[in-house]
Design a protein around this ligand. Structure first.
Ligand code: M6R
Length: 612
C-alpha cells in the first residue's frame, strides 16, 4: 500500500512532491522519499518515519530551481525492513536513474542474482531495486528511458505501479502499472501521476485511469499512453466529484467498506511470491530453516480477537495436512496457564498490528520456555516481528477501520500457506495435493470479489433483522471460527448481543435461550459436518428462531432449511472461511449503519490494544 506521486512541470520542487505524498499518508507508511530530476543529475532524499515534521522549504534538496520533474513515495515495507536504505526512490549503479514502486516483484531474487552476476551492485533489501538496474542495462545499450522501462517491464513478474526518472531525460517520467492502482493528471504546463486520486485533487480534476500493462510518458503539460508494445492508447478520463476526505476513502463511505473491498487484493498479495518454478512453496522470508521445522512435534497458535479466529481455522488445516497436534489459545490466557512447550514446539503468534501486548507477552513466554517463535504480522518490523525467530507477513496493507476485515482474510491465507509448507517439509501430503490446494487458493481473490458483489442481498436480509436483539452464530468444523468471527463483528460494530457457538454444543445448554425473535446465523458452506449443521439449525428453527444460512451457490438443501440465505461461491472446505466470512462482515456493517453507528469508530475499542 505504498503511495506514489510524480510531477513534471515548471514547479518541480520538494514542496510539491511532499504535498503530494502527504495526501497519500492515509494509506499508511513507515518511510518516505523523493527524487528531483535536473539536466545531468538527480537529487535524492530518503527518510524513515513521518513526513509530518518536515518543512519542505527548509530542505536543501533540489532548491536551485533546475529540476524539471520529480517523483515521491511513501513506503509500507514488504521486502526489507523500514530503513533509509530500503526507502524509495531506488537508483541504479550510476545514480542517474531512479524508480518508485508500489506492489511486489515476484521474480526479484532471480533478477537480483542475474544483475549481480553481470556486475551490478544492489544496496537495498527491496524487490524494487532490480528494476532500476534493469532500466540501467537498457539505457546502457542505447535505449531511451521509455524503451528501457518497457524492456524492464517485460522481465518482471508480479504486481506493480511504478514511476521512473532519469538524469538523461529530466523532462520525462515513465509510469506503468499491473494490478495495483495508478492515475494520471493533466493541467496547464504540468503532468502528474499518483497511486490515488487525493494526491491529484488540488492540482487538477482532469484525471485519467491507466490500465494494466499500459505505459504512460509524462512531460510538462503532456501525457502519452501506449500498450507495453508501444501502440497508442486513449486513456479513460475519470469524472471526479469527490472531495478530499471522500477520495482518501477511495470514494467509499468509510474505511471499513474500503477495506472490505480491498480483501481480494489482500489475499492475492499475501499469496504472491510464495512458489518456486516447480510450483513448490518457498517461504524464505520466514527465517526458520527446514531443519528447524522438521524437529517440530507440536504447534501452538496464540492470538486475540479476529486473529484468534484465523488461528482456529489454521488448527483444522494444520492437523489435517500435517498431522501434528496443534493447540490454539487466546493470548491473555496462554501466558498464565503453564503451557507445556519446549524446543520442539513451534509457537505461532498471529497479530495484525504486531504490537498487541497480550500476544507479544505470550510470545515472550513461549521463547522463554524454549519454543521456536514465528509471528504472522501485517506490519513489517513490528515489535513482535523483531523479537521472533521467524516471521511471515500478511500483505493486506494498512488497516485503519477498527474492525479487522482484510487482515483477517490475509491471516487465514498466510496460516494455511504455513500449514501447506509444513506438510511439504515433513512430507505429510503428496506434492500434487499441495499443488492442487495452492491452485485453489489462487482463485480465492475472485471468489471473494463475487461474494463482495452481493452486498445488496446482505442489505436486504439486514433490513429484515433491524428489530432483532439476540443473535446466535453457529458453525461446525471450519465453520465454527467463521461463526465466532461473525458474532464478534456484530458485537463490535452493531452493539448487538451475539454468541458464536459450535453448532453441536447448542443442545448442551444455550438452546434454552432460543425463542421466537432470536436470529440464528448458521455457516452451512459444505464441509465434512455440513449435514449436521442443517440438523442443528432445524432444532432452533422448530423453536421459533429466524434462520439465516451462509450457503454454497445453488445448495437448495441448505436454502430449504433457512428463512434467508447468504449465498457464497463454493471452494475447498478448508479454504471456505475466506469466502464465508465476507457476508457476515457485510451483515454486521449494514446492521451497524441501520442502528446509526459509525463502523470505523466502534465505542470503547482501540485499533491496537497495548494494555493487558
Ligand atoms: O493487532 P491484532 O491482530 O493483534 O489485534 C487483535 C484484536 O485486538 C483484533 O483482532 C480485534 O479483535 C478486532 N477489533 C476485531 O475486529
Amino acid at each position: 500500500m505504498c503511495g506514489i506521486f510524480g510531477y513534471a512541470g515548471p514547479d518541480a520542487r520538494p514542496e510539491i512532491l511532499i504535498e503530494g505524498i502527504k495526501r497519500l499518508e492515509y494509506r499508511g507508511y513507515d518511510s518516505w522519499g523523493l527524487c528531483l530530476a535536473a539536466e545531468n543529475h538527480l537529487t535524492l532524499l530518503r527518510r524513515v518515519g513521518r513526513i509530518g515534521g518536515v518543512d519542505a522549504s527548509a530542505l536543501a534538496v533540489g532548491r536551485d530551481g533546475s529540476a524539471r520533474s520529480g517523483i515521491a513515495h511513501t513506503r509500507w515495507a514488504t521486502h526489507g525492513a523500514p530503513t533509509e536504505v530500503n526507502a524509495h526512490p531506488h537508483v541504479d549503479c550510476s545514480g542517474r536513474i531512479a524508480i518508485i514502486h508500489n506492489g511486489i516483484i515476484e521474480n526479484h531474487a532471480e533478477l537480483r542474482a542475474e544483475l549481480e552476476a553481470a556486475g551490478h551492485s544492489l544496496t537495498s533489501a527491496t524487490d524494487t531495486e532490480v528494476m532500476a538496474h534493469l532500466v540501467e542495462q537498457g539505457m546502457a545499450d542505447g535505449a531511451s528511458l521509455t524503451a528501457a522501462t518497457r524492456a524492464m517491464l517485460r522481465r518482471v513478474r508480479g504486481a506493480f505501479s511504478i514511476a521512473v526518472v532519469s538524469a538523461d531525460e529530466p523532462d520525462t517520467i515513465v509510469a506503468a502499472r499491473r494490478s495495483t492502482p495508478l492515475v494520471l493528471g493533466l493541467h496547464d504546463g504540468m503532468a502528474l501521476l499518483a497511486s490515488d486520486i487525493p494526491a491529484l485533487i488540488g492540482h487538477t480534476r482532469r484525471v485519467f485511469a491507466l490500465a494494466d500493462d499500459e505505459v504512460a510518458v509524462l512531460t510538462p503539460g503532456a501525457l502519452a499512453v501506449t500498450t507495453l508494445d508501444g501502440d497508442p492508447v486513449e486513456p479513460e478520463q475519470l469524472t471526479i466529484t469527490w472531495d478530499l476526505e471522500a477520495a482518501q476513502k477511495g470514494g467509499f463511505e468509510d474505511y471499513m467498506s474500503k477495506e472490505m473491498h480491498e480483501q481480494p487484493q489482500a489475499v492475492a498479495d499475501t499469496l504472491l511470491d510464495r512458489r518456486g518454478p516447480g510450483g513448490e512453496l518457498i517461504l524464505d522470508e520466514m527465517r526458520l530453516s527446514a531443519d528447524d521445522l522438521r524437529r517440530i512435534d507440536k504447534v501452538f497458535i496464540v492470538a486475540c480477537g479476529s486473529s484468534y479466529h484465523a488461528a482456529l481455522v489454521a488448527k483444522y488445516a494444520i492437523e489435517h495436512w500435517v498431522k501434528v497436534p496443534t493447540e490454539v489459545d487466546i493470548a491473555s490466557e496462554f501466558r498464565y496457564r503453564d503451557p507445556v512447550l519446549n524446543e520442539r514446539t513451534l509457537c505461532v503468534g498471529v497479530s495484525q498490528s504486531g504490537e498487541t501486548l497480550d500476544t507479544s507477552e505470550a510470545m515472550r513466554e513461549a521463547a522463554r520456555l524454549g519454543a521456536k517463535v514465528l509471528v504472522v504480522s501485517n506490519v513489517v518490523d513490528s515489535s513482535m516481528a523483531r523479537a521472533a525467530d521467524g516471521v511471515l507477513y500478511t500483505r493486506a496493507g494498512p488497516e485503519i477501520g477498527v474492525a479487522s476485515t482484510k487482515c483477517h482474510l490475509a491471516q487465514i491465507v498466510a496460516l494455511e500457506v504455513l500449514g501447506l509448507y509444513l506438510a511439504q517439509i515433513l512430507g505429510t501430503q503428496p506434492a500434487t495435493e499441495i499443488n492442487e490446494i495452492l491452485n485453489a487458493m489462487e482463485v480465492l481473490p475472485g471468489l471473494v470479489t463475487t461474494a463482495l458483489a452481493r452486498a445488496g442481498d446482505v442489505d436486504d436480509v439486514a433490513a429484515k433483522l433491524t428489530d432483532a436483539r439476540d443473535f446466535f452464530f453457529l458453525g461446525r468444523h471450519v465453520g465454527y471460527p467463521v461463526a465466532l468471527e461473525g458474532a464478534l463483528k456484530l458485537k463490535e460494530l452493531a452493539y448487538l448481543r451475539a454468541e458464536g457457538y459450535p453448532a453441536g454444543e447448542l443442545k448442551h445448554g444455550p438452546i434454552a435461550l432460543i425463542e421466537p425473535g432470536t436470529v440464528v446465523v448458521g455457516i452451512a458452506t459444505r464441509n465434512p459436518l455440513w449435514e449436521k449443521v442443517l440438523s442443528n439449525v432445524a432444532e432452533v428453527r422448530s423453536r421459533g428462531a429466524t434462520v439465516v444460512l451462509v450457503a454454497d451457490d445453488g445448495d437448495e438443501e441448505s436454502a430449504a432449511a433457512a428463512d434467508h440465505v447468504l449465498w457464497v461461491p463454493p471452494t475447498y472446505p478448508l479454504l471456505s472461511p475466506v469466502v464465508g466470512v465476507v457476508p457476515l462482515q457485510q451483515l454486521a456493517y449494514r446492521l451497524a449503519r441501520l442502528h446509526g453507528h459509525d463502523p470505523d469508530r466502534p465505542r470503547n475499542l482501540a485499533k491496537t490494544v497495548t494494555v493487558e
